[in-house]
Every structure is written in C-alpha cells, then in structure tokens.
Design a protein around this ligand. Structure first.
Ligand code: ATR
Length: 296
C-alpha cells in the first residue's frame, strides 16, 4: 500500500520507458511490505538539474540515473564515491536529509556481485590470470574499475583499438588520482588477436552489444578453442538470457555467468539506501523480471 508517508525514488533517463528498474524495485517493495514507490522519470537532457532539485523539494529519497544523464549526475553530486569518480559516471543518487547529494556507480559492483552469487571467487580469478574485457564503452569502464578494485589484472580489447587504448590511459590516470593503492596491471590487445590470447586469462567478459537480440550481431559466437579449462565466461547481454557466446562456452564445459545478475545486483545499494531494506536477488526475483522481459 502507498500511504501519505510513502518513501519515494525513481529512475531518471531519456528515454526511460525501456528501463526494468521500476519492475524490479516495485516487486521488492511489495515483497517486503514497504510503504514506498519507485517511478520512471523521463527527463530531457537540458532539464536534469531542474528535475533533481524538484525531486529533492518533493521529498524523494533519491534516484537511479541512466543514459544520457550519468555524467551530469556525477557533477551534481556533492560527494561521489572514488570508484564512481574513476568510472566517470554515477547511476545512483541518494538525497540526504541535510540537502546534499551522494553519488555512486553500482554497475561494476553489481557485476562483481553477480559473479560471486554464481560461486565465482574473485581471489581465485586474480590468482589464476587476468580478466579480458571485450569492448571499451561505459560498461567496460565500470566493470574494469570494479575488477581492478578486487585486485584483478585487466586486459581490454575493442574493435576500434584506439578506444581501448584511450580507456586504459584514462582509467590508469583516474586510479592514480582517486585511489590510495596501486592499480593492478591494465593493458590492451588488438581485437583480431584476443581469441588466441586466452591462455593466461581467468575471466572473459563481453561488455559489447554483440550477441544481443536485435543488436548489431545477434549470432556472434567467437572461437573459444584456446580457453584454459578454468576460464569463467560472462556476458552483460541478457536478451537472450543465454547468448550464442555463453552457449559456445557451455559447449566447452566452461563456467558461465549471464547478464541478468548484474542488472539485478546493481539495484541493491539504491534500494537499501532509499527504502532501508536489504533486497534479495533470488529465483523469485529473477522469475519476476524475466516475466516482465517476455512481455516486451
Ligand atoms: P556502452 O553501452 O557500454 O557505453 P557503446 O559505446 O555503445 O558502449 O559501445 C558498444 C561496444 O560494442 C563498443 O566497444 C563497440 O566497439 P567500437 O568501439 O569499435 O564501436 C562494440 N561493438 C558494437 N558493434 C560491434 C561489432 N559489430 N563488432 C565488434 N564490436 C562491436
């Protein structure tokens, strides 16, 4: 039930109608019997600051922020987590009672949590080799940052090699200025050579839209013949739930982790901050979100 005392939050984006966050948060609100609501907030690019001040004035507890506002969210926040500073974007805003705004980036953390939820040990990954990330966009940036924070060496490979090189340079510089510990190794390799460079890799992550239903190459299925047997293969694409990439890994008996977990786990820190409850990502949660996905 939503009463006059309901706790309020939402997701700001442009467009925002594709976001699954309202489905997820309202499912958790109902399940935990919380007097609250989480709404989609379509906000045009020029109106971000006006919207944020309005939401603060209206008593919202905070908001998730998605494309194209993630950089603006980093600028408007009074305090930003070091990892979000390095990742260069903020996806979770918490409005504090003193009027200040706290910003964090939960995508990378959500990714790491999704690995752990599938029984993958980050310490094992770090000791067995590097993480090879395919892609050099925003998702690669967040995931690379969080893996490095866990002590995992990262290799970036992107079709447009200069983008991977530029990202590696930026991440290394940002790490220097925002973290008080040494960065694990961060290197790049050409796109046409990653398939044969898997020998020393313990985690392979697709952060591109390759393999996505309706994306640039839905049938994308690289050659995994050079994989070590302990390689963990993960995909941030979650439609379809099992991409051809993950199927190819399963066929080689490699451990796989799909993209839905990251989507669900990245939502937990915001839910905790706004609604005061630790939300669980369990089979019922996955079922609920999958049912919503099927209706699209
Ligand atoms: P994000 O959504 O993570 O911010 P993006 O900027 O949309 O990312 O980039 C998508 C990623 O998919 C990029 O790394 C892109 O490679 P380029 O930098 O070379 O464009 C990658 N990508 C998209 N289509 C691709 C294709 N057909 N082959 C290889 N990589 C592709």
């Amino acid at each position: 039930m939503i009463t006059g005392k309901a706790k309020l939050a939402g997701v700001i984006g442009h467009p925002v109608s594709h976001s699954l966050s309202p489905v997820l948060h309202n499912y958790w609100l109902k399940r935990y019997g919380i007097d609250g609501a989480y709404v989609p907030l379509p906000v045009a690019p020029g109106a971000f600051e006006t919207a944020i001040r309005g939401l603060q004035a209206a008593g919202f507890r905070g908001a998730n922020v998605t494309i194209p506002h993630k950089e603006a969210a980093a600028s408007i926040a009074d305090a930003v987590d070091p990892l979000a500073r390095i990742a260069g974007s903020v996806n979770t805003l918490v409005f504090r009672e003193d009027g200040t705004i706290h910003g964090s980036s939960t995508d990378g953390m959500g990714y790491v949590a999704s690995l752990e939820a599938e029984g993958v040990s980050l310490a094992d990954l770090a000791s067995r080799g590097s993480a090879l990330l395919l892609g050099a966009g925003g998702a690669a940036r967040s995931i690379a940052t969080s893996l490095m924070e866990q002590g995992v060496s990262v290799i970036l490979s992107n079709r447009t090699g200069e983008r991977a090189d530029a990202l590696a340079r930026e991440l290394a510089a940002a790490w220097q200025s925002h973290m008080n510990k040494a960065a694990p190794s961060l290197t790049t390799i050409p796109w046409d050579s990653w398939e044969t460079a898997l020998g020393d890799v313990s985690l392979l992550v697709n952060t591109t839209s390759l393999g996505m239903q309706g994306g640039p190459a839905p049938d994308w299925k690289p050659d995994l013949a050079h994989s070590p047997t302990h390689l963990v293969v993960s995909d941030i694409v979650y439609v379809p739930r099992e991409t051809p990439f993950l199927r190819a890994a399963t066929a080689r008996r490699l451990k796989t982790v799909g993209g839905l977990g990251m989507l669900l786990h990245q939502a937990r820190p915001g839910f905790r901050a706004w609604f005061g409850t630790e939300a669980e990502v369990d089979a019922a949660t996955v079922e609920h979100v999958l049912a919503a996905l099927k209706q699209r």
